[in-house]
Design a protein around this ligand. Structure first.
Ligand SMILES: O=P(O)(O)OC[C@H]1O[C@H](O)[C@H](O)[C@@H](O)[C@@H]1O
Length: 556
C-alpha cells in the first residue's frame, strides 16, 4: 500500500490547507459571484450546496485529484460488485444490494445474492400485511396494535430514526416502541402502558449474542408469559431478525418466526434489510419499499455521476478537507426538520464506528486526522443551546445544515420562521461581524462610547466558519432513503481516502470483554479484581454502598 501522504495531490492539498487557513470565505465570495452555481449539486429531491466551505476551484481540483489517486471509482465498483471490501473481517459490504431495485445480479463468492434478498423481502411483506391486516393476532385473538423493537446500535438506531422521521405521514393504526438500554427503567417504561395480548416483539440482533438485547428479550418474554400463564403463546408475539438463525433457534424461536440478514450487511448499514422490519410494520410495506427506492436513486447517482458532480463524493471530499487539511476535529449535523430529530444520533454511529480509526489497511498508524467526532441535534434547538460555541468558540466546527422546502405538517407561519433561521445561521457563521460593524450597530442603538468600548470585542464574530447545506424537497420515505444513502457513501469514500477499514468496529470489543469479567465481581460477596486502584476502588465503593443496610431510622 502506498503512503498517501507522499502523493502529489496530498502534498499539494497540505500546502494549500496551510495557505487557506489565512483566507476568509467573504473574500472568496466577493471574488467569485458564481460560487453557488459552481459549488452546488442539484439532484432529484436534494440540493447540496458546499460553497460555504473554505475551498477554491484549485482546492476542489486537488481533492478530485486525490480521489482519483486513491482510485475511488475502482473501489466503488468493487463494493457494488460484492468484493470483500471489509478487509479485517473478509466480508463483502452489500447494503447496496438490499435496495438494488434493478434486475442486475450481485455476486458474492460467485453466487447471486439477489434471489435471497428478494425472498426475504417477500417474507417481510407477507408478514407485515398479516400483522397490519389483522390476520396475525395475539394469543387471545386480539389484533396487534403495538410493535416493540428490542435491539441496540445498528439494530436499533436506523429503524427508530426512520420511524420517528416518518411517523406523522399516515393515519397509523399501529404504534412502535424501542428498547435498547439494558437499564431496566426503559423496558419498564415501555411495557407499563401496553396490553400484552396486543404486542408484537421484534428482537433484532445480527449476532443474536448481544447481552443487552438478549436480557431485554428474556424480560419481555417473562412479562408476556406472566400475563398469559402459558409459555406456548410466545410464538404469536415474538419474531427475530438475525444473521445467526441458529442462535435465535436456541432461544426458542421457530424457523418461521426468524427473518434473515447476512454477514455482508453491516449493523450500522442494516436498516434496509429485515432489521427494517419495525419500519415496515409501523409504516406499511409500501413505505418501506419507497425508502429502498430512494436509497437506490442515490446509489445510481453515486455510481454514475462524474466525481465532481457526485454528491456523496463531494460531501466526502469537503469533509476530508475540513478534517485532515484544515484540522477540524468535530463535525456537527444540524437538521432543521423535526422529522430528523434522531438523524445526528444515527449518523454518529454510522460515521464514528466506521471511520473512527487510527491505523491504515496495513495496520500502520496514520499521521493525519481521520473521521471527525460527529455530534449535533435539531438546529433550531441548538441555536438556543450551543450555537454560541459555533459562532465564537475557539474551535472551528464544520456543520451540515439539513432542511426541507415543504413541511410535512404545515402550520401557518412556522415553516417560514424555521427556514429563515436555517438560511440566516449558515450566513452568519460565514460572514460574521467585524469591529467596525459592531461599533456602528451599537452607535445606531444610541449606546454610549464607554459601553461600546467595553462590549465591542465580545460582540465580534470572526465568521469564516464552514457549512454545507442540504435542502430536501420534503421528508418522505423516498427522500429520506436518498439522504441516508448519501451519507453512507460519503463514509465509504472517506474511508478509502484515509485508507482505514470502515466496515469493522474492533474498538467496541475490549469494553464488552471487561464488562463480562466485572459483572461476576458485582455479585454479593464476590471478590473484586485484581484491577488498577481506580477500578477496584470504584467497584468496592459501589458494592459497599449497595450492600450496607440503611441505618435504623433516626426518628424517636
Ligand atoms: O446486531 P447486534 O449483533 O446485536 O449488534 C448490535 C451492535 O453492537 C455492537 O457492539 C456494535 O458496536 C454495533 O455495530 C452493533 O450494531
Amino acid at each position: 500500500m502506498s503512503d498517501i501522504t507522499k502523493s502529489k495531490s496530498w502534498r499539494a492539498l497540505a500546502a494549500q490547507g496551510a495557505e487557506m487557513k489565512n483566507r476568509h470565505l467573504n473574500d472568496l465570495f466577493r471574488a467569485d459571484p458564481d460560487r453557488f452555481a459552481k459549488f452546488s449539486i442539484e439532484m432529484q429531491d436534494i440540493l447540496f450546496d458546499y460553497s460555504k466551505n473554505l475551498v477554491t476551484e484549485q482546492t476542489i481540483d486537488g481533492l478530485l485529484d486525490l480521489a482519483r489517486e486513491v482510485d475511488v471509482e475502482a473501489w466503488r465498483a468493487r463494493m457494488f460488485s460484492g468484493a470483500q471490501v471489509n478487509m479485517t473481517e473478509d466480508r463483502a459490504v452489500l447494503h447496496v444490494a438490499l435496495r438494488n431495485r434493478s434486475n442486475e445480479p450481485i455476486l458474492v463468492d460467485g453466487a447471486d445474492v439477489m434471489p435471497q434478498i428478494k425472498a426475504e423481502l417477500a417474507a417481510m411483506k407477507s408478514f407485515v400485511e398479516r400483522v397490519r391486516g389483522g390476520d396475525w393476532r395475539g394469543y387471545s385473538g386480539k389484533r396487534i396494535t403495538d410493535v416493540v423493537s428490542i435491539g441496540i446500535g445498528g439494530s436499533h438506531l436506523g429503524p427508530q430514526m426512520v420511524t420517528e422521521a416518518l411517523k406523522g405521514s399516515k393515519n397509523n393504526p399501529m404504534r412502535v416502541h424501542y428498547i435498547s438500554n439494558v437499564d431496566g427503567t426503559q423496558i419498564a417504561d415501555v411495557l407499563r402502558p401496553l396490553n400484552p395480548e396486543q404486542v408484537l416483539f421484534v428482537i433484532s440482533s445480527k449476532t443474536f449474542t448481544t447481552y443487552e438485547t438478549l436480557t431485554n428479550m428474556r424480560t419481555a418474554m417473562n412479562w408476556l408469559v406472566a400475563s398469559s400463564f402459558d409459555q406456548s403463546v410466545l410464538d404469536k408475539h415474538f419474531v427475530a431478525v438475525t444473521a445467526r438463525p441458529e442462535n435465535a433457534e436456541k432461544e426458542g424461536f421457530p424457523a418461521e418466526n426468524i427473518f434473515q440478514i447476512w454477514d455482508w450487511v453491516g449493523g450500522r448499514f442494516s436498516l434496509w434489510s429485515a432489521i427494517g422490519l419495525p419500519i415496515a410494520l409501523y409504516l406499511g410495506f409500501d413505505s418501506f419499499e419507497e425508502l429502498l427506492d430512494g436509497a437506490h436513486d442515490m446509489d445510481q447517482h453515486f455510481q454514475n455521476a462524474p466525481l465532481g458532480e457526485n454528491a456523496p463524493v463531494m460531501l466526502a471530499l469537503v469533509g476530508v478537507w475540513n478534517s485532515t487539511f484544515l484540522e477540524a476535529q468535530t463535525q456537527a449535523i444540524l437538521p432543521y426538520d423535526q422529522s430528523l430529530h434522531m438523524f445526528s444520533a444515527y449518523m454518529q454511529q454510522a460515521e464514528m464506528e466506521s471511520n473512527g480509526k487510527s491505523v491504515n489497511w496495513d495496520g500502520a498508524d496514520v499521521p493525519y486526522q481521520t473521521g471527525a467526532i460527529i455530534w449535533g441535534q435539531l438546529g433550531i434547538n441548538g441555536q438556543h443551546a450551543f450555537y454560541q460555541y459555533l459562532h465564537q468558540g475557539k474551535n472551528i466546527v464544520p456543520c451540515d445544515f439539513i432542511g426541507s422546502i415543504e413541511s410535512n405538517t404545515p402550520v401557518k407561519g412556522h415553516h417560514e420562521y424555521l427556514m429563515a433561521n436555517f438560511f440566516a445561521q449558515t450566513q452568519a457563521l460565514m460572514i460574521g461581524i467585524d469591529e467596525e460593524e459592531v461599533r456602528a450597530e451599537l452607535r445606531r442603538k444610541g449606546k454610549s462610547e464607554r459601553y461600546i468600548e467595553r462590549l465591542v470585542s465580545h460582540k465580534i464574530h470572526k465568521g469564516n466558519r464552514p457549512t454545507n447545506t442540504l435542502l430536501l424537497s420534503r421528508i418522505s420515505p423516498r427522500t429520506l432513503g436518498s439522504l441516508i444513502a448519501l451519507y453512507e457513501h460519503k463514509i465509504f469514500v472517506q474511508g478509502i481516502i484515509w485508507q482505514v477499514c470502515s466496515f469493522d468496529q474492533w474498538g467496541v470489543e475490549l469494553g464488552k470483554q471487561l464488562a463480562m469479567n466485572i459483572q461476576g465481581e458485582l455479585a454479593p460477596k464476590a471478590a473484586t479484581g485484581p484491577h488498577d486502584s481506580s477500578t477496584t476502588g470504584l467497584i468496592d465503593y459501589f458494592k459497599q454502598q449497595r450492600d450496607t443496610p440503611p441505618p435504623p431510622s433516626s426518628r424517636t
